[in-house]
Design a protein around this ligand. Structure first.
Ligand code: UT7
Length: 358
């Protein structure tokens, strides 16, 4: 018995923040952001993390031909939940009306979706669950300090979801590796939440992303490359058998380095970082959905997922796709209209971090 992906969906909020918008609020340039990261624009959400997750979930359920009541477990990978309690997964369970599902959040930062995919697949393999909804959803703009140009240009909002179901066919999760280097946590963190801090953080910057970009970059290249090589070997296939690498979208140069490690030409690597930036746990399910929409996944394809992020965490997996690459149905659930401009959505950040009103 294995677990395979039968449904997929994404939810990208309509408001766009371009590099040229960023040029108007900080000392940066489209040229710098594009050449250093590959990012051209990102989305800014007017709804909460669980709302994006729920829209992606509706679309994934339709693609699988299932109803919310068919799901028995929901895992939401996120580091930007609406509240700590209830979890984002609890909101999703209620908003979906998934009355037969248990629900839990998983925080492994940007590696969260691959962690959750492996957890969900192993619940199915263990026989305790039959239909698991795995979602990556983030409202990262909440954390963005636009007085810090080295981090705030990189991140965006969005959600993606997959449905996992049991299979006895030669498909599904073939291998995986979950890792953590907790000794290096300081290089990428959001220290302002949790019992470690004062009840009211005295330094506003503590609720923003703190990152040593070069250190994270170096480690990401090593972690993603090494773990990808190991899961490909563990799956019993060669690099030449890898049809597509769907990596975490944090930096185009990190993705290029990982692809070189796996000796994969660019046509066998999926990249959409230019459009959405780094949406943390949401990048891989969004990318998977777009790879399917673009016809880049054939029946029986061997897919490598590879991620890294805060913790410092990493995760990689090989999954063999099944036979169906088209959704069974589509959902008409969509975002509510947004009444505010992108800059109006960001005003609370400008106020909190002390950026002068535009
Ligand atoms: O999911 C995990 C999330 N984190 C990551 O993936 C981060 C991994 N790291 C990276 O992606 C890259 O390190 C960055 C894109 C963050 C930075 O690229 P870099 O090539 O490592 O640049 P750098 O940090 O070495 O900065 C080079 C220069 C500096 O100026 P000086 O000191 O050379 O004068 C920075 O102050 O670029 C400057 N800089 C900027 N300039 C214009 C930093 N941010 C910006 C900016 N616009 N937004």
């Amino acid at each position: 018995m294995n677990a395979t992906i039968t449904g997929w969906g994404k939810a990208l909020p309509p408001s766009v923040l371009t590099n040229s918008d960023l040029e108007s609020i900080m000392d940066t340039s489209d040229e710098w952001i594009t050449s250093r990261s590959g990012i051209k624009e990102r989305r800014i959400s007017h709804v909460e993390t669980s709302d994006m997750a729920t829209i992606a979930a509706h679309r994934a359920l339709a693609a699988a031909g299932l109803e919310p009541a068919d799901i028995d477990l929901i895992i939401v990978a996120t580091c930007s939940p609406d509240t700590l309690i209830p979890s984002a997964a609890a909101f999703v369970q209620a908003k979906l009306g998934a009355k037969n599902a248990g629900a839990v959040d998983l925080n492994a930062a940007c590696s969260g979706f691959v962690y959750s995919l492996v957890f969900g697949a192993n619940m199915i393999r263990g026989g305790t669950h039959k239909r698991v909804l795995v979602i990556g959803a983030e409202k990262l703009h909440y954390y963005m300090d636009f007085t810090d140009r080295s981090t705030s240009v990189l991140f965006g909002d969005g959600a993606g979801a997959v449905v996992l179901e049991p299979t006895e066919a030669d498909e599904g999760l073939l291998s995986s590796e979950l890792g953590m280097d907790g000794d290096s946590a300081e290089f990428l963190c959001i220290p302002g939440f949790g019992t470690i801090g004062d009840r009211v953080p005295d330094l506003p910057s503590e609720v923003g992303v703190q990152m040593d970009g070069q250190e994270v970059f170096r480690r990401a290249v090593t972690m993603m490359g090494d773990s990808s090589v190991r899961v490909v070997e563990e799956a019993g296939i060669g690099f030449e058998d890898v049809d597509i690498l769907i990596p975490h979208q944090a930096n185009q140069r990190i993705i290029d380095a990982t692809a070189r490690r796996l000796k994969l030409p660019s046509e066998r690597v999926f990249m959409n970082i230019h459009a959405y930036g780094n949406t943390s746990a949401a990048t891989i399910p969004i990318a998977l959905t777009e790879a399917l929409e673009e016809g880049r996944i054939r029946p029986g394809a061997n897919i490598v997922f590879a991620a890294f992020g805060g913790g410092l965490s990493w995760a990689a997996a090989v999954l063999r796709w099944g036979t169906r690459t088209e959704p069974i149905a589509t959902s008409d659930v969509d975002f509510p209209p947004s009444e505010r401009t992108t800059m109006e959505l960001l005003q609370p950040n400008f106020d909190f971090f002390g950026l002068e009103e535009l």
